[in-house]
Design a protein around this ligand. Structure first.
Ligand code: M6R
Length: 365
């Protein structure tokens, strides 16, 4: 059942503190504050380069993973959409690692990309939620997301648990390569252990986000989402969630790309959702908010108390999430964008769990 919720999507959003914790606990050793992955049939420390491949929301988890792995493990990551990858002539390093991310484990394009990479001699690692799936079976190794069954077509808890696995992979890679010291590993894995309780705090903003959805997003024809760094994939994910279930046109953009085109769209009818945790890119994003507001745009800011203090006079609405280490911010900031899309869709009366034209697993190309 829906656990007392009106839709599976709501149930699955609210399960996130639990399943994020379950997924992390399978890899985290509390005594040493280290991360241990399941045994892998190849040497993680010897991987020269990584290719990250998926579709839809899973691909956006992969994009966060790219930023993390490059920053914390110092390995180059090529990021690809499975539907593009399989029809290009992709060049991969010998002995490279290909990572496939999929909730269902049955997405046709992702599976085809996996088969191609195996044929090319890449080590193939799958991050999947369905353990009995084709992708899980055919990969050389599996890092499971322990999200439990996800019924709503919109991916929510699969996404945040994919992020947890990718964060652990980044840490494990850093250690295996000798690029991450013990202290950093303990600090980063420690910040991950705080995520379940912080996620529960984020869910307390549900009522305020519902009001925001009804007042500001439902009436809009177009909505823009902006973010920088690991908040950029979150902006893409926010826009994907909104269009998928509410049928409102939405676009996610890297905040720094605004001046390269999309700023021309801004007027007082366009809400701009800004994902802006306090991190070393905050000031840059804040000046983009200024540019949006100067053109009449209605900025809706998700930040923490420090960020909200800086932007509340400019923004139409600014919601303060718990302050966290920037490393784990993408996991937490996924939740408000899910809630915003959910409440907008409910308000519009769409079929939230089974939006038109969409299937839970895209098993045809
Ligand atoms: O089962 P998969 O994770 O491979 O599915 C990939 C996409 O089809 C999926 O994430 C899709 O984008 C979601 N409906 C988005 O909410």
């Amino acid at each position: 059942g829906k656990g007392g919720h009106r839709h599976f999507m709501a149930k699955e959003i609210f399960e996130q503190p639990q399943v994020i914790g379950d997924t992390l606990n399978a890899m985290f050793n509390p005594a040493e504050r280290t991360i241990t992955l399941p045994d892998l049939p190849f040497d993680l420390g010897a991987v020269p380069r990584i290719t990250m491949i998926a579709c839809g929301t899973a691909s956006l988890a992969g994009l966060v993973g790219k930023y993390w792995i490059e920053r914390f493990a110092g390995v180059a990551v090529d990021w690809d959409l499975a539907s593009e990858f399989r029809y290009r002539a992709p060049v991969m390093a010998e002995g490279g690692l290909a990572v496939f991310i999929s909730q269902s484990g049955e997405t046709a394009d992702t599976l085809a990309a996996l088969r191609y990479c195996k044929q090319q001699g890449q080590h193939c690692l799958a991050i999947v939620n369905a353990p009995e799936s084709s992708i899980a079976r055919e990969a050389d190794a599996v890092l499971p997301t322990l999200a439990g069954p996800e019924i709503g077509v919109a991916s929510t808890k699969a996404f945040t648990t994919q992020l947890v696995v990718l964060a652990c992979l980044a840490i494990a890679l850093g250690r295996a390569r000798g690029t991450m010291d013990r202290e950093t590993e303990a600090r980063l894995s420690g910040t991950l252990t705080e995520v379940p309780s912080r996620a529960a705090e984020v869910l307390n903003h549900d009522g305020r986000i519902k009001a925001l959805a009804e007042e500001t997003i439902t009436p809009a024809r177009d909505v823009l989402y902006l973010g920088r760094g690991t908040s950029y994939p979150l902006a893409l994910e926010g826009a994907l969630k909104l269009k998928e279930i509410s049928y409102i046109h939405a676009e996610g953009y890297a905040a720094g790309e605004m001046k390269h085109g999309p700023i021309a769209l801004i007027d007082d009818s366009v809400p701009v959702v800004v994902i802006a945790p306090s991190d070393d890119l905050f000031d840059k994003t804040a000046s983009n908010v200024q540019e949006v507001v100067a053109r009449g745009g209605k900025a809706v800011v998700f930040s923490d108390a420090a960020g909200v203090a800086r932007l509340k006079d400019l923004a139409l609405e600014a919601i303060a999430l718990p302050a966290v280490d920037p490393f784990v911010a993408p996991i937490l900031y996924a939740i408000p964008v899910q809630l915003l899309a959910y409440h907008t869709a409910v308000d519009k009366g769409t079929d939230v769990d089974q939006p038109r034209n969409l299937a839970k697993a895209v098993t045809v190309e």
